[in-house]
Design a protein around this ligand. Structure first.
Ligand SMILES: [Zn+2]
Length: 275
């Protein structure tokens, strides 16, 4: 059973990774990635928070609901359980589809699966956000990264690492406020518009990911990063878990969002395979 699951995983990873024509070279060899993942489970990092009653949603939304309808021995003498869940699209670990801020952008079901996999580029600005929740990832952060790790590769998934995962699921610290509807009092790090413009125009980046609730910082009122990035028909991954476990380069990120027809976003299972 374990071997069958591993084989299925290998096929899945190879099929998905091979479909990404934009990524090239040994850095992104799907056979090597799938082999690493299935032969050594410790090479797979789960970048997803569990969905439960403590999952953090935008202050204008309710939380994640999950309720068992049946749980126990049935009249036929066998055990059976099933439940219902309900949730907003944008909460917990999830994907933003372009349609979220772009009327003509792709909805979740329309995003090609090649957008869901790519080499991880982890740009860390946690030293600056440590004492300043309004910190943003800057163009200089990208330049500093490239001086050490080389140019951001084509097809990359750029992770803005603010260190904010240490606050999850403490809503007050993670969002800056735990009051329902308190969008005017949010404080957490995000991407700067200048950095995102650079990644959009100077590098061929597949997706942006961040370990906070939003690509834009919490104090943003007009969401320029969302408008620019999703406006260019790209996708974003938010509330990334375990970002501190990712190496600066060499890992491959996979994002598997729930395929919601006309979805503006969707809960996602996101994971990385280490080199
Ligand atoms: Zn979102």
């Amino acid at each position: 059973m374990v071997r069958a699951a591993a084989a299925a995983m290998t096929v899945l990873l190879v099929v998905i990774a091979a479909g990404n024509a934009r990524a090239q070279g040994e850095l992104f060899n799907p056979v090597r990635i799938a082999g690493a993942a299935t032969s050594d489970p410790s090479k797979i990092i789960d970048l997803t928070y569990s969905f439960d009653a403590s999952t953090i949603y935008w202050p204008t939304e309710g939380g994640f609901e999950h309720k068992f309808e049946l749980f126990g021995i049935q009249p036929g003498g066998y055990f059976y359980s099933s439940a219902r869940f309900a949730a907003a699209e944008h909460g917990g670990t999830h994907m933003d589809a372009p349609l979220h801020f772009n009327r003509n952008g792709m909805s979740v079901d329309q995003v090609p699966m090649s957008y869901f996999v790519g080499p991880a580029v982890v740009i860390d600005f946690s030293a600056r956000s440590l004492n300043y929740p309004d910190a943003t990832m800057t163009v200089e952060d990208i330049h500093a990264y490239e001086r050490t790790h080389g140019e951001v590769p084509s097809g990359a998934i750029v992770v803005g690492r603010s260190g904010w995962g240490r606050f999850w699921p403490d809503k007050k610290h993670y969002l800056g406020s735990d009051k329902p509807g308190a969008v005017a009092h949010l404080h957490f790090p995000g991407f700067s518009p200048e950095a995102v413009k650079f990644l959009l125009t100077e590098r061929n980046v597949m997706a942006l990911a961040i370990d906070t609730a939003s690509l834009d910082p919490g104090n943003s009122r007009d969401f320029p990063v969302h408008r620019m990035w999703l406006g260019a028909n790209r996708v974003g991954f938010e509330n990334l878990a375990n970002a501190d476990k990712l190496p600066f380069s060499g890992a491959t990120i996979f994002c598997i969002p729930m395929k919601i027809d006309k979805g503006t976003g969707a809960p996602a299972r996101i994971f990385a395979v280490l080199p």
